[in-house]
Design a protein around this ligand. Structure first.
Ligand SMILES: CC(C)(COP(=O)(O)OP(=O)(O)OC[C@H]1O[C@@H](n2cnc3c(N)ncnc32)[C@H](O)[C@@H]1OP(=O)(O)O)[C@@H](O)C(=O)NCCC(=O)NCCS
Length: 210
């Protein structure tokens, strides 16, 4: 997500996000991946230590492609502080019974700042409806790359987007052109290229939900 902003950039608070922060039950799913059972659920305030470890444990490459190099404890505190506020929803996955060790995090943003995706997609001739579009950025712990965990996150993530009446998903800040693994993953998941930006170093991709 090359152009993704800080955790608290945003439009207004969406009532559904406030309600989901109070009762995140509808976001909870069980996933079975590579012989392991995972829980997927909303990020919680008590996840801060596990979130800090997750961020600190990412490889330099993963950090470069996702969220950059903010200090992990500072970033984790910011993500926790944003729960139920602003426009963001974060989902986390961990093995059943191991909430102390996060294995994946999905960023969803339900606002479209005028000067980012909204303007870029308009430039490609693909106007976005801010009420129906969600921005999406996944990150899986390096140890689980190639396991199918990332793919397993998608159906419940799309369900979460549907809870907020979104039927179009755009990559949050696009994808680095040289993030070949992620681009392959997005193609497999039905995303198509909308265009490039930042002198061709970043690619916008989107997909519509059934
Ligand atoms: C982008 C990212 C989420 C994609 O994850 P991934 O590990 O490639 O995706 P999957 O877990 O679905 O694994 C897919 C690969 O595993 C293989 N695989 C093995 N078992 C599989 C299974 N049961 N189901 C699906 N794929 C499986 C696939 O064939 C595929 O191989 P390939 O990439 O050589 O074609 C992950 O690379 C990541 O978090 N990267 C760091 C952060 C980042 O770049 N985020 C994106 C910012 S835009």
């Amino acid at each position: 997500m090359p152009g993704a902003g800080p955790p608290s950039d945003c439009g207004g608070v969406l009532p559904v996000l406030v309600a989901l922060a109070a009762d995140p039950g509808p976001l909870r799913h069980r996933l079975s991946v590579a012989g392991s059972s995972f829980a997927l659920r909303a990020l919680r305030a008590d996840d801060e230590p596990a979130l800090t470890s997750f961020l600190a444990g990412l490889s330099t490459t993963s950090r470069r492609f996702w969220h950059g190099d903010t200090e992990p404890a500072v970033e984790a505190a910011g993500l926790i502080e944003a729960i139920g506020r602003y426009d963001k929803l974060r989902l986390v996955a961990h093995r059943e019974g191991r909430p102390d060790r996060l294995d994946a995090l999905v960023d969803l943003s339900f606002s479209l700042p005028e000067d980012s995706e909204l303007a870029r997609y308009a430039g490609y001739g693909i106007p976005l409806d801010p009420e129906c579009t969600v921005r999406f950025g996944p990150c899986v712990a390096d140890a689980w790359h190639g396991s199918g965990l990332a793919a397993a996150l998608l159906p419940p993530t799309w369900s979460a987007a549907r809870l907020l009446d979104r039927d179009r998903v755009v990559l949050y800040g696009g994808v680095h052109a040289d993030n070949h693994r992620a681009r392959r993953f997005y193609y497999r998941a039905g995303f198509i290229e909308a265009g490039t930006f930042d002198n061709g170093t970043a690619v916008d991709m989107y997909r519509d939900l059934p």
